[in-house]
Design a protein around this ligand. Structure first.
Ligand SMILES: Nc1nc2c(c(=O)[nH]1)N[C@H]1C(S)=C(S)[C@@H](COP(=O)(O)OP(=O)(O)OC[C@H]3O[C@@H](n4cnc5c(=O)[nH]c(N)nc54)[C@H](O)[C@@H]3O)O[C@H]1N2
Ligand SMILES: Nc1nc2c(c(=O)[nH]1)N[C@H]1C(S)=C(S)[C@@H](COP(=O)(O)OP(=O)(O)OC[C@H]3O[C@@H](n4cnc5c(=O)[nH]c(N)nc54)[C@H](O)[C@@H]3O)O[C@H]1N2
Ligand SMILES: [Mo]
Length: 725
């Protein structure tokens, strides 16, 4: 039966929802459900959603296989084996909740509420099943807060310094571009719904250039691949600015009207010649000159940067520098011009009514940085001090670290696989005096370390509203099916936990629908005029709603920026006050620094581990078809780097740094620049040789801004694996 007939078939219901995954595309989907059995039988992309345009990605197209997977967790579980062994027995919800309440009460009585740590990220981006009810619970408890830095904070901060907010082009406007730079963005993998729009622009004569250390499938589909050494984008941007200013390719009228600091910037970039950038970036000086001329001379010109290029020591500064380019050429004026990193700043949602920080009642618990989970779970006072959030170089470490963590709640995240410094994370999770609760769909690497595992519902089974970061449509999610097994929505689980702990605030009695309706109705809260037309009723009727902003959406065409000066800040006094160079500069990456420290050595390689095409972070890795497609944990190497180590495709290699050794299978190809190795990620540890994925080698160090992770800035040595006789 074809999909057109579903709606008229009396045996079926068609339910509209929104993909929950951490991806810029936030698709609208439709699900066909058999009325009699209540079973979902098909899922597809919503045809009327302008960005989804009727098509889901290769992963979510198989969402039903994940939802109905035989390994879905269907009852609460209690650990019976040793910590980490992964042996559990089913228990009732009442027994599980009672045990968690008893253990939490005891720990809080002995050490205070900061002994409880929450750990979550974006397993779902839904506002309710993400942090809505969870934050109500942790605020009421007074638990240690978590800075959610693992993905994007460096770039967000860098962008904010230059342009004031996370605003960008309407991605639908890439259609009007004549030059498109995909800079540190594997669009066909991580943002695939932008591709048809780019393809349309391309048909109309646009040139598409990919700036990436890897000749990705996106680079292969583009007009040109510019292979860049990872971590050097800040230097490339400086050299581009050198040419733009030196050859007077600047839109002076716009720069004058819309920016501050042009003269100082001109002085700064005067000695950033392309010749200076060439050995840093690996891009020929002549090519850098041409790139700058093409960028200024082709209009409209769009830049799509993505978060890949900010997972480096200098990642914040790199994004700050790149954000100066469309200011210099005035490309923000034009439909199809400008820059896109994130659109999330356009959604100025007030969340206090949902997350209820007032329940802290004047307490200010410490905040731990999530990328320092290993330190956070240590009992050592120095480690605990390091786990505190420090967003800027001027932020001091605290005098008092506070108590060790004795109770850990993990939801919407798989830190044993995705967090850096995995060895230390696992050592913390192994502590006998740590009580760990994991809310999950599957028995992940993290769930293996739990004391209690609680089965959670998927997006097919619960209500939510999802805020996108790669387009302008807010999405409603209606449940299509009943919860699988005894699974419960996160919101319900935190409601149950609140009751078990005797929290009697009425906010712990509200239903999911009424919370979401309240969030959208609360005209007091949603004062931003962009939400004028987005009511709860409208969401129920349409399933998704565009922000009420003009079409075309040109956030900076008028030259007004939401910075302290009201202009784009080529010179930023805020940065100076925060302990940074107020002008664009180049921060060498960790690998460069290590090379400099250890003396020039060809031995050291730069390891990056961007997403494997068929996975979403560590989600989908346990669905057989996806793991098969990815052919096991691999390491992509350049032929010269491989030859120097007598490595050929298919052989097992050991990848090593001071944190330890990880085993991968080599794939030798010139799809990567020399000196860089690529480990497509994020494999589960239990499917990786030796039980370790690449994050065993990822350092816990912070990016220059926003205290983010440096997953793509890892110095390693690679050799053939010694085979024991
Ligand atoms: N299929 C799939 N889609 C995803 C995800 C996934 O895991 N799988 N993850 C989602 C999430 S959480 C996020 S944050 C986004 C991430 O989306 P992106 O930011 O696009 O993600 P990455 O693939 O991490 O990085 C993009 C590209 O940057 C390149 N790169 C790495 N280092 C550098 C550098 O120093 N300079 C330059 N110029 N390029 C560099 C990588 O080789 C990669 O091709 O994607 C989301 N979408
Ligand atoms: N080496 C390396 N490491 C990386 C990255 C990389 O590129 N390379 N990328 C980094 C980035 S960009 C990110 S964003 C992080 C991502 O890290 P995470 O946010 O931890 O992402 P996932 O690995 O997808 O894990 C999400 C988990 O949440 C669960 N989940 C989903 N929905 C729900 C729900 O409704 N309720 C409950 N209870 N659970 C749910 C899923 O089953 C899944 O196990 O990883 C980072 N780590
Ligand atoms: Mo991410």
């Amino acid at each position: 039966m074809s999909r057109e007939h579903y709606a008229s078939d009396p045996r079926l219901r068609v339910v509209t929802g929104t993909c929950p995954h951490d991806c810029p595309d936030t698709c609208a989907w439709q699900v066909a459900v058999e009325r009699e059995s209540g079973k979902a039988i098909d899922i597809w992309g919503h045809a009327e959603h302008p960005f989804t345009a009727g098509k889901l990605c290769g992963k979510v197209d198989h969402y039903l296989e994940r939802t109905y997977h035989v390994d879905r967790l269907t009852t609460p579980l209690r650990r019976v084996g040793r910590k980490g062994e992964g042996r559990f027995e089913p228990i009732t919800w009442d027994a599980a909740l009672a045990e968690i309440a008893t253990r939490t009460r005891a720990a809080v009585a002995e050490h205070g509420p900061e002994t409880v740590l929450q750990y979550s990220y974006a397993g779902t981006m839904g506002l309710l099943q993400g942090e809505g009810m969870a934050q109500r619970f942790f605020h009421r408890l007074g638990a240690t807060r978590l800075a959610r830095t693992i993905c994007a904070t460096a770039g967000m901060q860098g962008l904010t310094y230059t342009q004031g907010r996370r605003l960008g082009m309407d991605p639908l406007d890439f259609e009007h571009s004549k030059l498109i730079w995909l800079w540190g963005s594997n669009t066909l993998t991580s943002n695939m719904h932008l591709w048809p729009i780019i393809a349309k622009a391309s048909k109309q004569g646009a040139r598409v250039v990919v700036i990436d250390p890897v000749r990705t499938r996106t680079a292969k589909a583009a007009d040109e691949w510019v292979g860049i050494r990872p971590g050097s984008d800040g230097a490339l941007a400086l050299a581009l600015m050198h040419v733009l200013i030196g050859e007077d390719l600047v839109d002076h009228e716009y720069v004058e009207r819309a920016s501050v600091g042009f003269a100082a910037l001109a002085e700064r970039v005067a000695d950033w010649t392309p010749e200076r950038a060439e050995p840093i970036t690996g891009i020929a000086a002549a090519r850098i000159r041409e790139l700058a001329r093409e960028y200024a001379g082709t209009r409209p010109a769009a830049i799509r940067i993505n978060y890949g290029l900010q997972r480096h020591r200098g990642g914040g500064m790199a994004v700050r520098n790149i954000a100066c380019l469309p200011v210099l050429t005035g490309s923000w004026r034009e439909r199809g011009g400008g820059l896109q990193l994130s659109s999330s700043g356009a959604f100025n949602l007030a969340l206090a009514g949902l997350e209820r920080p007032d329940l802290l009642a004047g307490r200010t618990p410490r905040t731990f940085n999530m990328i320092r989970l290993g330190d956070a779970l240590s009992r050592d006072a120095e480690d605990l001090r390091r786990a505190h959030l420090r967003e800027r170089p001027i932020d001091p470490l605290p005098e008092q670290p506070g108590p060790p963590v004795h109770v850990l709640f993990v939801y919407n995240s798989n830190p044993a696989a995705v967090a850096p410094d995995q060895g230390k994370v696992v050592a913390g999770l192994a502590r006998e005096d740590l009580f760990t609760v994991v809310l999950e769909h599957f028995q992940t690497d993290t769930a293996d370390w739990a004391d209690i595992v609680l089965p959670a519902t998927t997006q097919l089974e619960h209500w939510d509203i999802v805020k996108p970061y790669g387009h302008l449509y807010l999405g409603l999610n209606r449940p299509a099916i009943a919860p699988v097994g005894e699974s419960r929505p996160n919101s319900e689980i935190f409601r149950n936990l609140a009751q078990a702990l005797g929290f009697d605030d009425p906010c712990f009695g509200e239903s999911d629908e009424s919370i979401l309706a309240q969030l959208m109705h609360d005209q007091q809260a949603q004062r931003d005029p962009a939400f004028r037309t987005i009511t709860w009723e409208a969401l129920l009727e349409h399933g998704f709603m565009r922000l009420d902003v003009p079409t075309p959406y040109l956030p900076f065409a008028a030259g007004e920026f939401p910075t302290p000066s009201g202009k784009a800040e080529l010179y930023s006094a805020t940065m100076l006050a925060d302990g940074y160079d107020p002008l664009p500069t180049y921060e060498p990456c960790e690998v460069e620094r290590t090379r400099a420290e250890q003396g020039a050595s060809d031995d050291l390689l730069h390891c990056i581990s961007p997403p494997a095409h068929s996975f979403l972070n560590s989600t989908f890795v346990n669905v057989g078809k996806f793991a098969m497609r990815e052919k096991g944990p691999q390491l992509l190497m350049h032929p010269d780097d491989a030859a120097a180590r007598a490595i050929v495709s298919g052989c097992e290699v050991e990848v090593e740094n001071e944190r330890g050794v990880v085993c991968l299978r080599a794939r030798v190809s010139d799809e990567v620049v020399r000196g860089t190795v690529v480990a497509p990620s994020i494999w589960w540890n239990k499917y990786s040789p030796g039980g370790r994925n690449i994050n065993w080698l990822s350092p816990p160090d912070e990016t220059d801004m926003g205290a983010g992770a440096i997953f793509f800035d890892v110095p390693v040595r690679v050799r053939m694996r010694e085979v024991e006789a």
